[in-house]
Design a protein around this ligand. Sequence first.
Ligand SMILES: [Zn+2]
Length: 302
Amino acid sequence: MRGETEVLFHGVRGSAPTSGLAYAEFGGDTPAIEIRAPDARLFLDAGSGVRNAAAAARQGDIDLVLTHYHYDHLIGLPFFEPAWRQIGRLRVWAPVLEDRRPEDVLGAFFRAPYCPVGLSDFKMAAEILAFRPGDTLDVGGGVAVSTMLGAHPGGCAVLRMKTAAGDIVYASDIEAASAREAARLAMFARGADLLIIDSMNDDMTAPHRRGWGHSSWREAACVGAAAGARSIALFHHDPRADDDRLNRIDAEAQAFEPRAFLARQGSRAVLNSRGGGERRSLERRRATDDGDAANQVLSRRR
Ligand SMILES: [Zn+2]
């Protein structure tokens, strides 16, 4: 449908990939988001979850925007199938953080003995485009991406995607503990249809983790509420938090802020804009393995 944009959660776990039956519901792959707009295919971050997008992402032009270079957001990049089988072009938008050139940073990652593929091999498949947080990225396809520097050790880009179906803000790896930073984020996310935001901590862990560059679910929900976001996806889950714990947090967070929910790996959010954007809706659905049109509305939708 024209004006429909899908947001697919391929990886929602923070810091380190996690596996085991106790983590099966929320998933263990690290951050990777896919946005399918009518004329654009956009990926945000290349954590281990980006491998889950491979089958659906082989064709057409693709843009990948990296927010920063911590392992959990980059570890899937050598396994990102479009880089090797791409029929169209792959553009990788990479932030300049602490004045380091993205090519130098990625060159240190794509090199022996850490990786059998060198940066020159990768560049045969992908064009690397540097940006500075604050820049607006022209990814084409009717999608504009504005950016801002977030509070995180080493820096992190916060992204806002403007699509025909609505605005999506991606604020992973941000610490919204201070009133000033929370207000800055709320301003950037003002009126977003979907805010995807770091919520690695809970009330117990947050006080011990100040300066780590992550938020608690409560701090994240408050940013979303202050921004007037229509829906708030809590994201970047603690790698030690199993499904029982995350389900408890999900219930607590929704009681605290009804627009908030915990993102699950393999789920998707669909933004619709009908009648010139007057009637907007957001559905949460379970993703299908082959990436075909979603067919199952999550029963937990509220
Ligand atoms: Zn992270």
